[in-house]
Design a binder for this molecule. Structure first.
Ligand SMILES: CCCCCCCC/C=C\CCCCCCCC(=O)SCCNC(=O)CCNC(=O)[C@H](O)C(C)(C)COP(=O)(O)OP(=O)(O)OC[C@H]1O[C@@H](n2cnc3c(N)ncnc32)[C@H](O)[C@@H]1OP(=O)(O)O
Length: 190
């Protein structure tokens, strides 16, 4: 689904990401916190009448958009995408902070699942699901700077797709790498 179809919704998700960042990094006075909460509650009231089923929702379905309009994972910006490899960029913002400037340990598998899972399901391949994801934390993954992400197919054995990926800091050093096994689903398998 091209993002151009729902430009206002795309803008809404961008604003949501910005709100996540700002709220996480803020230490507001109590009256400002209350006003912000009331504004958020107003957004919930405005949107809840438009709740739809999974097949109709926009979030997560917009493959052409960095982050697929899914605000759970940091937005992955694809630079080069082929059938067997992909490379791009990501920024772990303040929302993903674990501590001392490092991205939260749980946010890295989130990104790897997104990047490897996306690649595992491209090139006319049938849908597959993550069977395992092994992440090595080599150095801290810094919050703030733009990081390079690369992933490629390692091998395929029947229904099993083995993919590997790396995250590099601005100095080019690997901060984390991952290997994932994605198993192609049988017909009718959820
Ligand atoms: C529909 C998918 C998405 C489509 C997306 C479209 C494109 C959208 C664009 C962008 C997307 C971006 C991001 C999305 C992608 C993220 C994907 C996820 O995160 S999925 C959620 C998390 N994963 C689960 O919830 C799986 C839960 N587990 C299962 O459903 C099953 O266990 C499953 C399918 C993984 C395998 O079960 P079995 O019954 O089909 O197959 P068995 O016979 O158990 O395994 C097949 C082979 O794999 C090995 N295997 C299975 N699990 C293994 C493991 N953990 N470790 C080692 N080997 C394992 C087995 O030993 C077997 O090997 P032998 O054929 O005998 O050689």
């Amino acid at each position: 689904m091209p993002p151009a179809e729902h430009p206002e919704f795309v803008g809404l998700i961008e604003a949501l990401r910005a709100a996540q960042e700002t709220i996480t990094g803020a230490r507001p006075p109590e009256d400002v916190a209350r006003k912000a909460r009331e504004n958020l509650e107003e957004i919930t009231r405005l949107l809840s009448p438009f709740t739809v089923g999974e097949s109709e929702q926009l979030t997560g379905q917009m493959r052409g958009l960095p982050g697929r309009a899914q605000a759970l994972a940091p937005a992955f910006h694809v630079d080069v995408e082929g059938n067997d490899r992909v490379s791009g960029r990501v920024v772990f913002g303040r929302f993903y902070l674990g501590g001392n400037g490092a991205a939260h340990g749980g946010s890295l598998p989130l990104l790897f699942d997104e990047v490897l899972g996306r690649l595992a399901n491209t090139g006319g391949r049938s849908p597959s699901r993550t069977a395992y994801l092994h992440v090595n934390y080599r150095k801290i993954t810094p919050v703030g700077p733009e990081l390079r992400v690369e992933a490629h197919f390692d091998r395929e054995e029947g229904r099993k797709r083995y993919l590997v990926g790396t995250i590099r800091d601005p100095e080019g050093e690997i901060t984390a790498d991952a290997e994932g096994l994605f198993v192609a689903l049988r017909p009718g398998q959820p």
